[in-house]
Design a protein around this ligand. Structure first.
Ligand code: EPU
Length: 436
């Protein structure tokens, strides 16, 4: 069985400045896809095979949650999962698992469909702000579910969900995923207007279709799901879509060091607006049959950027973009439209000498020629990756703690950067302490 729920550790990442990055990086599968694929195994009995799975802690946490529910996970190779649903499911998602991972909310729709009831501990917020589930609840209610909230738990009930016309005020990724999973076996047709369109959602729809679901409009903001008989869904095999945020991370690293990187398995078509911004800043990016090739030379220009739902520039890219702007040639304004509180890492960048002012959901970033290395902390996955990129742009040594956040979403970030010439290493804090 896969090892479940590893505890946070005291490792640090140490980064020193060095010359241009050159070489090849292979981008692994997307965290924000594979976790949802794993949750979808609740929907049908059988054995599932997932390829291109990132070797990250969140996959282990999700496997732990699914083991409690009754779906087993094996990892025969680091990037392959075999999951088995034998049909003996317990529709309960306990607090110890749910509080560790936002994607645990993705078991709600599948469990309600499969078991007719579910008890889920309320998912908490993230470091960057509260993360409500009202859109998930309203959509499922429109499909006939009833809800009870007590003692930190949400309980949902439905004999069989029925089709409904749902229109989101905002294209929530998680709510779209939950409602699609609930609709695939509902009685009748469900339409979802203003649905999220992220490539990871398309990936989930492709798995569901391989399992027997009938979904039209995949990749568009209007989805139409024709419910099939619950017993007619079956297990399937699937290859996880490559991770666009990891691609962005290697591009950001290149942007601060200069050099030339070939990023294998990048999907430039999944990140058009971000790549346009990077090109405007002065990077050269060419699409290749296997991914992309990017090069960068000298100091980048500043740009203004705002985060938006897909296909806009994703909020998950923002810490990377801000870090690039800290050493760009003039002033860039970054506007966050998804999570008002997602600026905590700014204080860490300021410790490295960055000139950033925040006002509400805007950040004004004045580029300085070079950052100055210091100890900093990773507060979440993406902010952690941004600290690594900042370390590459800093004089002296930058030491990053809170590495367990980075491990949640990055598959060997240190090894991959070492492979293209970065002066970066992972150190165990205890091992590094002097012996008395
Ligand atoms: N929202 C509501 N009500 C809801 C659902 C969402 O108000 O019922 C709000 C949220 O509070 C937030 C916004 O809508 O302000 C976006 O939420 P969304 O539901 O779209 O995001 P999510 O499904 O919770 C996923 C990713 C996030 C990523 C967002 C936006 C996973 C596990 N998480 O979250 O990724 O930032 O979409 O693209 O897929 C990360 O990977 O580090 C990460 C945080």
């Amino acid at each position: 069985m896969i090892a479940h729920s590893p505890a946070p550790h005291a490792d640090e990442i140490v980064v020193r400045p060095n010359g241009p990055l050159t070489g090849r990086v292979v981008v692994p599968g997307a965290k924000n896809s594979v976790l949802k694929l794993m949750a979808a195994t609740i929907l049908a009995d059988g054995v599932y095979e997932f390829a291109n799975v990132p070797d990250i802690v969140d996959v282990s946490i999700m496997a732990g949650l699914l083991a409690e529910i009754g779906v087993g996970t094996e990892r025969p190779e680091p990037n392959r999962l075999v999951m088995e649903n034998r049909g003996l499911l317990t529709p309960v998602a306990p607090y110890e698992h749910v509080e560790r991972i936002r994607a645990s909310i993705n078991v709600l729709g599948p469990l309600l469909t499969r078991c007719g009831r579910v008890r889920l501990s309320m998912p908490g917020g993230d470091d960057f702000g509260s993360r409500p589930i009202d859109l998930h609840v309203a959509g499922l209610e429109a499909m006939g579910a009833t809800f009870k909230f007590a003692h930190g738990d949400v309980e949902a009930f439905a004999d069989r969900l029925h089709g409904a016309n749902i229109s989101f005020p905002f294209p929530s990724v998680g709510a779209t995923e939950n409602l699609v999973c609930a609709a695939v076996c509902a009685d009748g047709v469900t339409t979802i207007e203003n649905a999220a369109r992220e490539p990871e959602l398309t990936d989930l729809c492709e798995l569901l279709i391989a399992m027997g679901a009938e979904i039209e409009g995949v990749g568009s903001s209007l989805l139409r799901i024709d419910g099939v008989e619950p017993g007619s869904m079956r297990a399937a095999a699937h290859r996880t879509v490559p991770d666009r945020v990891q691609t962005a991370t290697y591009l950001a690293a290149l942007g601060v060091t200069g050099g030339r990187l070939e990023i294998i398995d990048a999907r430039p078509g999944h990140m058009v607006n971000l790549l346009d911004a990077f090109v405007e800043m002065g990077m050269r990016i060419d699409v290749t049959p296997t991914g992309l090739v990017a090069s960068s030379e000298g100091r980048l220009s500043s740009v203004d950027v705002q985060t938006l739902p897909y296909p806009g520039i994703a909020t998950d890219y923002k810490p990377l973009v801000i870090t690039l702007l800290t050493v760009a040639a003039s002033v860039g304004i970054v506007t966050e439209n998804l999570y008002p509180g997602r600026f905590r890492y700014v204080e860490e960048l300021q410790r490295l000498g960055a000139d950033i002012r925040t006002a509400g959901h805007h950040a004004v970033v004045r580029g300085v020629p070079r950052l100055s290395g210091a100890p900093v902390r990773a507060h979440d996955i993406r902010a952690g990756a941004a600290m690594v990129v900042a370390g590459l742009a800093a004089e002296g040594e930058t030491t990053i703690s809170g590495v367990h956040h980075i491990d949640r979403g990055y598959d060997d970030l240190v090894g991959r950067l070492q492979g293209v010439g970065a002066a970066i290493e992972r150190r165990n804090e205890q091992a590094a302490m002097p012996v008395e």
